[in-house]
Design a protein around this ligand. Structure first.
Ligand SMILES: Cc1ncc(COP(=O)(O)O)c(C=O)c1O
Ligand SMILES: NCC(=O)CCC(=O)O
Length: 443
């Protein structure tokens, strides 16, 4: 699909291409999550053999500076020695018990300390489970059925929220997924992010029926988009006025835009919060939590059922505890990450400008987004206006030069503690070459 850049990459990915072909014989599309397939940008995804620090190593012997970081979790970098040591020791004690452990309380306490709005915390195995369970709880607590979500926000792949979703759904240009019953989709109302008047209108018409508004406070699944000043506060006030719960989906922004997540940064207290990614330190963990009185509705404290054979798994808790302790201990951890992210995005934007391209660069904490657009990007409609062909060519040129970005314009990028100044300069230099290639192709 893509050009010379892609063919050069493919030549370096012979083993991966064969592995991908074989995987497709046994796994739908050859992947266990669609966003890994490179369907949006074309070409062969490198099959990864191992990872260390900020590097990925594929089975063809190529090495990449990684800005995907397993889609966000690896904030300390891959194979962090302290996390690995803790995990190896945990393996020796047995990998799962299906019975209470001290580790679960320890992680819940840590989360409560870092995100105080989460007075009670329930561990699950993924971000999807966290948002799915939070919606059920919100519906039960308010005795209302309708949910409001924002176009281009992604909250996982369960029925209620697979409506006008971002991430892979946006990348592949899918309308709402087949298999989601109309009866469920029709309980989900969608409005544009950053357009408070739309939310106001919805509440004016149906406010008494709305159980919850679920929002990515800093969306990262339509590319990375920033909330307009005061917007999240307005959403908070409106939901409170109508007795609807405000659910912050901080699966991506949690422990990433700041230690306490977007809610700490913008000083907003949601009723419920969903976490995932960083909280598991690379193992499968999600969590939801919030006001005690609401969370006490969850079984067995209350009647709302939610369960999990592997929930609170000792390995996952160990990786999460070790990661959160490390990031919480060092007061310079987030300022350093934020500076690195800013210097990366500023450097890339400067190179784009030199080559005559308009690039919208967003960053907050250790999260960033790049749009090939001369318009401000504030919502899904403006994100869609960006030039995806230019992005695809840029993406493949960067990959060829050993820089691993998310394979879609509708995804965010991530910085880790393991990225050095030299890596950032190498990435900026690679971007200069990628823009030069794009400029050549334009002529
Ligand atoms: C904001 C947000 N919520 C929920 C999810 C779903 O998490 P998971 O993929 O762990 O199910 C994701 C990522 O996939 C996400 O970015
Ligand atoms: N931004 C989208 C994700 O993080 C999802 C990853 C996946 O579904 O594999």
């Amino acid at each position: 699909m893509n050009t010379a850049a892609e063919q050069t990459v493919s030549a370096k990915l012979n083993k991966s291409a064969n592995a991908f072909a074989e995987a497709k014989c046994y796994i739908p599309g050859g992947v266990n999550s669609p966003v890994r397939s490179f369907r949006g940008v074309g070409g062969t995804p490198p099959f990864i053999a191992r990872a260390a620090g900020n590097r990925l190593f594929d089975i063809d012997g190529n090495e990449y500076i990684d800005y995907v970081l397993s889609w966000g979790p690896m904030i300390l970098g891959h194979s962090h020695p302290e996390v690995n040591r803790a995990l190896l020791a945990a393996v020796e004690r047995g990998v799962s018990y299906g019975a209470p452990t001290l580790l679960e309380t320890e992680l819940a306490k840590l989360v409560n300390r870092l995100v105080p709005s989460m007075e009670l915390v329930r561990m699950v195995n993924s971000g999807t489970e966290a948002t799915m369970s939070a919606l059920r709880l919100a519906r039960a607590y308010t005795k209302r059925n309708k949910i409001v979500k924002f176009v281009g926000c992604y909250h996982g792949h369960h029925d209620s929220l697979l409506v006008k979703a971002g991430s892979g759904v946006a990348t592949f240009g899918l309308p709402d997924s087949p298999g989601v019953p109309d009866s469920i989709a029709s309980t989900t109302i969608t409005v544009a992010f950053n357009h408070f008047e739309q939310l106001q209108e919805v509440f004016a018409r149906q406010g008494e029926d709305i159980a919850a508004v679920i929002i990515e406070p800093v969306p990262g699944n339509m590319g990375m988009v920033l909330p307009q000043p005061g917007y999240l506060q307005q959403v908070r006030e409106l939901t409170a006025r109508y007795g609807a719960l405000l659910i912050f989906d901080e699966v991506m922004s949690g422990f990433r835009v700041a230690l306490g997540g977007a809610q700490a940064l913008f000083n907003i207290q949601p009723d419920l919060t969903c976490l995932g990614k960083v909280i598991g330190g690379g193992l499968p963990v999600g969590a939801y939590g919030g006001r005690r009185e609401i969370m006490e509705q969850i079984s067995p404290a209350g009647p709302v059922y939610q369960a999990g054979t592997l929930s609170g798994n000792p390995l996952a808790m160990t990786a999460g505890i070790t990661t959160l302790r490390i990031i919480a201990e060092d007061p310079d951890f987030y300022p350093t990450l934020a500076n690195k992210t800013e210097s990366l995005t500023t450097g890339i934007r400067d190179q784009a400008e030199k080559a005559g391209f308009n690039l919208q660069c967003h960053h907050l904490g250790a999260m960033f987004g790049l749009f090939f657009s001369d318009q401000p990007v504030i919502d899904y409609d403006s994100a869609k206006l960006s030039d995806s062909t230019a992005f695809n060519i840029f993406f493949h040129s960067m990959l060829e030069q050993g820089i691993y970005l998310a394979p879609s314009q509708f995804e965010a990028g991530f910085m880790s503690a393991a990225h050095s100044e030299a890596d950032i300069q190498q990435t900026i230099a690679a971007s200069a070459k990628a823009f030069a290639k794009l400029a050549d192709m334009r002529c």
